[in-house]
Design a protein around this ligand. Structure first.
Ligand SMILES: [Zn+2]
Length: 101
């Protein structure tokens, strides 16, 4: 079973693509001047799936990809299970005791 599963639908029938934990999955949709790229990876240390979303310069390739946002599976708890301090945002580790969340 693959960690990641991608689908693309254009003017022809849909295509699928699988990515294992170790390789991840990388997808790009480009126009001429702009586009988006999503890189899916599995973070062994945090045991979370991560999706990095980039803005591209399209098929013109006039510059490098710009990171827009990283989305992660799961979410940090409201309180650290190790030191019980409150957690704000969605960090991978507790800002106080630095234990993995
Ligand atoms: Zn803590």
């Amino acid at each position: 079973m693959s960690q990641f599963y991608g689908t693309m639908q254009g003017s022809k029938s849909a295509k699928t693509c699988q990515g294992h934990k170790t390789q991840g999955l990388d997808a790009t949709i480009n126009g001429w001047g702009k586009g988006v790229r999503v890189r899916a990876t599995y973070n062994e240390a945090t045991e979370r799936e991560e999706f990095a979303i980039f803005e591209t310069t399209g098929s013109n390739r006039s510059g490098s990809d710009k990171l827009i946002q990283v989305i992660k599976s799961g979410s940090a708890p409201d309180n650290c299970p190790h030191c019980m301090k409150g957690i704000t945002g969605d960090p991978d580790a507790c800002p106080d005791c630095e234990q993995k969340l």
